[in-house]
Ligand binder design. Sequence first.
Ligand SMILES: Nc1ncnc2c1ncn2[C@@H]1O[C@H](COP(=O)(O)OP(=O)(O)OP(=O)(O)O)[C@@H](O)[C@H]1O
Length: 314
Amino acid sequence: MNDGALAIDLRGLTKRFGARTVVDALSMQVRRGEVFGFLGPNGSGKTTSIRMMCGLLTADGGEGHTLGWDIRREAAQIKREVGYMTQRFGLYEDLSIRENLAFVASIYGMDRTRQRVDTALERLGLQSRQHQLAGSLSGGWKQRLTLAACMLHEPRLLLLDEPTAGVDPKARRDFWEEIHRLASQGITVLVSTHYMDEAERCHRLGYIAYGRLMACGTPQELVERSALHTWQVGGEGITALAEALQGAPGVEMVTHFGNSLHVSGSDAAALEAATAAHRADPRQHWQLTRPALEDLFIHLMGQAHDNFTGNRAS
Ligand SMILES: Nc1ncnc2c1ncn2[C@@H]1O[C@H](COP(=O)(O)OP(=O)(O)OP(=O)(O)O)[C@@H](O)[C@H]1O
């Protein structure tokens, strides 16, 4: 079972810590050359899954291939071809950008150090800052340096675990331009994120909750496939409206989006009934809209919670 078109192919992957199943029969495929977004609430098992994909952690059940290599038996080959960027910035603040990269290359015993460092500097637009101390860099440049360090061994797959957490919007945007540039050079990228604007930038997405894959597809497919009905409401008094609708039967979510409100539920008739009286209010305008990805993910998280507690009770 080793499809050459797939960079990552997981079948029923499971990981337990003590009595807790943290990754629960996860089956997920990432195609070569795509930018795949890996989403899910805190503690849903993203990092644990990523660590199994790159052979750092052994699965308790199921099977998986990364770049065609078996994740249980061929971890050494995987590590050679995968760049893994963890959530923590692990470079030396009192070394320059160039020195940091040269140091990483030397501790991993890489050949052609100078050439590798030059290529990484050039690839990530770091040449002009190569002599700057890492400690003096902004969060965005530090992330870029960390990515450069992950690229030194010229990986074919990048596993990026929340690479832009805490980075400002401009730097995040630049970082994503970089990700797409790398993808256009044939590098597959799996990236975990909590940011919805970043999810929109991915070719495909996987959403997990409680270790289970809840949805997988392009952002557009996920929205189209969703069973969620959403009203968008603008006008005066929407904060009071939000309070009035919160918890009403048929209303599963009420969310502010700037000056408008999204009111969503999976039962169209119940949602109609719950909102009918409010829709007659002349101060507001209501229209049916497509749910936003955020609406969808919060909805999926609620469903996963119901399954999870339901399973535990049985
Ligand atoms: N080595 C470990 N031993 C015990 N429990 C662990 C271990 N590693 C992770 N966990 C637990 O497994 C669960 C999943 O953690 P994981 O880090 O994979 O989630 P995540 O989706 O990456 O979360 P976040 O978005 O917060 O980074 C958490 O409850 C975590 O506390």
